[in-house]
Each structure stands twice: as C-alpha cells, then as structure tokens.
Design a protein around this ligand. Sequence first.
Ligand code: 13P
Length: 342
Amino acid sequence: MRLNQLIATTKAMVAGDKGLLAMDESNPTCNKRFAQWGIPQTEESRRAYRELIITTPNLNKYISGVILYDETIRQQQKNGTSFLQFIIETGIIPGIKVDTGTQGMAGHLGEKITTGLDHLRDRLQEYFQMGARFAKWRTVITIGDGIPSQGCIEVNAQNLACYAALCQEAGLVPIVEPEVLMDGTHTLERCGEVTAEVLRTVFNQLYIQRVVLEGMILKPNMVLPGSTCSRQDSIDEVADATVNCFLRTVPAAVPGIAFLSGGQPDELASARLNAINLRFKLQSPWALAFSFGRAIQKPALEIWQGKDANILAAQQALLHRAKCNYTARQGKYNSEMEGERA
Ligand code: 13P
C-alpha cells in the first residue's frame, strides 16, 4: 500500500505538464541572493519572500510541487496559516531539502561531498508526519583539470542512494540530484561524458541499495557547454546531447526527469526545455519536466526588492516563468511568450 502511494505521488509530481518549484535555498544562499538587492538578511525577510511565492494566485496551474527548506516548512503566513497547510490546500505537493550542504572532500582538491546522512531516518519521519511527501538531496560534481575523480563520483553516488532508500522507507519520494556544474571552459561533449559516467554510477548504486525506480525522480543538469567555453552550442544541439545522454544511462522505469536550471539565464532554460520536449516528448520513456529554482524565481526577486508594494508584480513575474516552463513541457514555448507579461 505504502509503495503504491509512493508511486502515485511520483507520478503526480510530473503529471499534466507541470513542474516543481525549488524554493529550498539554505539561509546562507537565500541571504546571499537578498544581499544583491539590498534586502535585509533576516528570518522575517525570508519568511515574507516565501509567503510571496506560495500565495501567488494560480501557481497550482503550472506547479505540481514545491521544495522547501527546514526553516520554511515550519513557518506561517502573516495571518497565522501554516505554509505547509496552505500549500496542501492549494493542491501542491510539499517537499523538503534534506541534505545539509557540501564540504570539501578530503584528499580531493576542488571536489565536494554532500553531507546530511546523520540522523536522516528520524528527520525524514518527522517531515513525513508534518505532511511532506517528497525530499531532495543534491550532490555537485565539478569538471576541471583531472576532475571529477572516481572517488568523488562514487562516494556521492553511494550517499545519494543511501538517502533515496531511507526516503522510500519513510514514505517520501526521493528526488535524486547529481548536478554536474556548468562552471568552466569544458565542451558540451565533455559535459556529456561526465554526466553519463555520473548517472551510470548513480543508477548502479540505486540498484545495489534496492531503491524502487518507479518511486523516484531524477533531477539532473542538462548537458551543456561550460559557461566560459568558447563554443556555445545551439539550443537543438543541447537538447540532442541531453536526451541522448539519458537514453543511454537512465532506466525507463524512472517516471520523471526534472531538470535543474543551474544558473542558466531563465529564458534560455525555457527554450532548451522546450526543444527537449519538442524533439523527444513523444518517444521518451520518462516525463521531461523541470525543477527550477533560479530560472523561475529570479525576475520575481528582482522586482520584489523586499517591498510590500512590489508583491503583486513579483507574483506576476513568478507565475509567468512557471507558465513559460509549463508551456515548454508541451513544446509550445516561444520567445513571443516573453512579451506577454509586459
Ligand atoms: P536551480 O534551478 O537554481 O539550479 O536550483 C535547483 C535546485 O533545486 C538546486 O538544488
């Protein structure tokens, strides 16, 4: 019964061309983004910003689930309604980031290991009882001179699988996020090689640790040229490299691939998601969805600036990006949509 529910939740997370909204920035990351706009770096500002996001009218038309942070999942709206209750009542599935960030990996200069396995079983139980139905764990893989190393890929894959197995035991759908970062001068081909190697290792570990593939979501990077690579490939080349990489490495039993945006410009992220669906939606074994953070939130944060008077305009901008990505899942997004909001 529990497994049936887990699989039903997994399917609901990627159903109807909707996607996930990542709003699970840790306090230091959220504060860093606030600092750019002179917004006070306080718990109250973070609360007010997250209230703005979740109370955006009609968000549930385009967004199936939101990923929260530990501070956020315990917060309330100004009127006293708990965030979690409000999210559930609007028909959006609440999720929670459960990794505790990254640390430099011992003996591996320039590489990182994700932490958070300590007491994870108890934390997951608490989140499930609160009402969360899925979780997220992000590992980061850096491309550079002589890296990533096999050690870094393997330890992060093992930890991802260990986390995923614990989530399923607790009744939470694990979002498995091995992010190959786009920083660097590497080519599209190199990103494709590294992404394939990472995914092979991750799925081998998921198999070894008995994770049910039908009850998980993969959250990968798109296969992209490094952000400072001299050759920036076309949108269609990116779409082909991305899906071909997954066809070789991701089992068809996985219900959904929900891409992260990874710092891509927001309109370009929508255009690439659109090309991916336009070219592959019909023959793809998995839903080709989105789980964007910055590529949905960025314009809204810029407009809000911490001021109540800007809330409505910020919510319109947020909804617009959500709609653009929903439309991209249908392969019907185009740049003319970007004029609609104005
Ligand atoms: P970005 O889309 O901003 O990369 O964030 C997604 C996310 O949840 C990273 O863990």
